[in-house]
Structure formats: C-alpha cells, structure tokens
Design a protein around this ligand. Sequence first.
Ligand SMILES: C[S@@+](CC[C@H](N)C(=O)[O-])C[C@H]1O[C@@H](n2cnc3c(N)ncnc32)[C@H](O)[C@@H]1O
Length: 258
Amino acid sequence: MAWRDRQAVREQYVTWYDEDEAARYDAKPGHGISLEEEAALLADMKDVVDLDRTLKVLDVGAGTGIFSRVLASLPGLEVNALEPSPAMLARLRTKLPGITSREGFTDAAEDAVHFCAGEFDVVISRQVVCGLYDPLQAFENWRLWLKPGGKVVVIDGLFSREAWSGKWSVIADKLPLSGVQTPALTPYLLERAGFDIRCVDWLILQRSGLISTFPCLHFCEPSFAMAGGGAAVPFPSPTAPFQQFFHVPLSNFQQVAQ
Ligand SMILES: C[S@@+](CC[C@H](N)C(=O)[O-])C[C@H]1O[C@@H](n2cnc3c(N)ncnc32)[C@H](O)[C@@H]1O
C-alpha cells in the first residue's frame, strides 16, 4: 500500500467525525464561538472582505456549522457549506436549515464537480487547511469555484506535531500542513495555485490578547490536545511552539495559468 493513501485518510476522517465526535465537537470550549470571539472574527473578515455587499460564500469543511452560522447572520451573505462527515453535516443542517449544504471533500481533482466554475464570491475555511490531504489540489478547486475577483480566506492555526495526539496522530504525518510553524507555507501554496496574496495576519483575537483567555480555543480535547493535555499556556510570543496562532491569508483570484 502506498505510504500516503487518500482514500484511507478520507475514511478515517468520516469514521472519526462520527455522531459522538460531532456532539463533542459542538460542546468543546472554543469550538462554539462566544459573542466576543464572533465579533472579533467578523471584524477580521471585514478587514479583508466587504461583508456589506451581497455575496455568495462557500464555507469549506464547515463541520457542524459553527462559522457558517456566524456568516449566515449577516444579511447580504448567501452561505453554502461543504462538509464530508455525514454526522457533522447533520448537525449543521439542523442548526441552519436555510443554507445550502453539500456532503463531500474538497481536495481531490474529482471534488471539483461539487460546484460550478465561477460560482462563489468568497471561499472560506476555518480550521480545515491544517487537515487537508492535498492542500494544493484544494486551492486549485477553490480557484475554479471562484468568480473572477473572488477571494479566499483561510483561518487556521500553527499546530505542533504534539498537538495531534491520540487517534489523530495516526494521520498527522500524512497531512502536509498538520504541523507548520510559520504562516508562510499556506500562502506559498496559494500562490502556486494561482492566487495573489493580499494579507497574512494574526487574528484580532490573538493580537488583542483575547486568545490568552481561551488558551485551548480550538482542538482542546484530549484527542486533539495541545502538548500538555490542553492545559492553559501563557500568552505567547509568536514563536512559542505550542500556542495556537491564526493567519488569514487573503487572496484575490487572478486570471493566471488558464
Ligand atoms: C476542525 S473541523 C472545523 C469545522 C468548522 N470549519 C469550524 O470552524 O468549526 C475540520 C472539518 O474539516 C472537515 N474536513 C476534513 N478533511 C476535509 C477535506 N479534505 N475537505 C473538506 N472538509 C474536510 C472535517 O470533516 C471537519 O468537519
């Protein structure tokens, strides 16, 4: 068997994000979004996308709909969700019956069929890129799905190898962006996929110190624990290895490599 096996990783995701995990995911501190965090995330988004316009948005790897719900609260946004786990998707559909959702992955060439070319103004993913089997192919699909002038927003963390604990450690070494330690690699791959990077920054939550009150903001359960079992860590310097940072690479779709 090949060392890296796309189908095996896919089956593991769907098996592991089962009904129990979906319920746990929603209940984890930090996976739900507090009002304070919601406001900060929207402010981050508003820095890079004009959210007052009418926009068709795709939330890739939407999970149980945590970020889709925040986006759908904005009047002009038509939110669409793509999510491979039936259990996560079922929760999203219960929470957000009004949004269009689709079951599927994003990072194989065959996944391009999920949407039409030029369908979206914005493609966004939150805490998904670090878990992609084939990020470059995902970015190529996103570029295809974007309208000319459309934007990609990636919100993700810089996670240590040790952050992938328990069952998740089995696939961490097969996922190219699972343990990156600078915000450089994702923009580099976006560029290789034909994007023009406009902004890479820490989230307001991190810059303002708010994240220090949510030290395990994401992936804080033992199965996904930070080193030290998800224990609180002091507000970090940007080089601290075990704290979570977020970057928002914003890319403008360019008509290149067509
Ligand atoms: C950590 S959760 C993030 C969920 C959501 N974006 C949020 O902010 O709460 C990662 C999600 O990405 C999904 N996922 C994993 N691999 C994927 C892929 N290749 N394509 C699309 N989604 C994927 C998982 O099923 C899971 O729901």
